[in-house]
Design a protein around this ligand. Sequence first.
Ligand code: MN
Length: 201
Amino acid sequence: MYDKIKLPYSYDELEPYIDAETVNIHYNKHLQTYVNNLNKALDGYNEFVKGKTLDEILYNIEDIPQEIRQDIINHGGGVSNHNLYFSILSPKPAKSPKGKFLDEINKTFGSLEELKEKLTSAAIKQFGSGYGCLVKDKENRLIVMQVSNQNSPFSDKLIPILMIDVWEHAYYLKYKNLRQNYVENIWNIIDWSKVEEYYNK
Ligand code: MN
């Protein structure tokens, strides 16, 4: 059985950037549905996933029997992506990374500000549902990418370390059609110490 992370803040603590009702519905309804559907899809297939983390399953998605593979991509990706998204948000975020991670950001993008601009643009321009995403490859190189639907970067052998959910359910109650305002505001609650932790893992 796979599960969602425990939310490290209360529903209203991300205000005014993300409203309490959105956090509540997103976490308890949308994410919970992915959890339920993932576990349902895996029912009877335990031998294929025994002892594996969800991220390991997504990384080796071709090992999953074809008849349930698309369900695992959709719902397993939904759980993994959301767990990352919710875990990097914080009401008291570190506003900048440090050390080796910051050096790599500067080397790759010029500065943290330039990385944020690139990632903002990727998130805003993602056509339809998906994510703007910062990943690292096997050599710890950083890449900004877009992800459609609930596809997982793990299945492309990339490690996601920051994901901005741009499905409408992530922002529509407060921002309506103004995805750009939501993405620009989310930088106020992205905890770079958490992203750095994933980079250093
Ligand atoms: Mn979502």
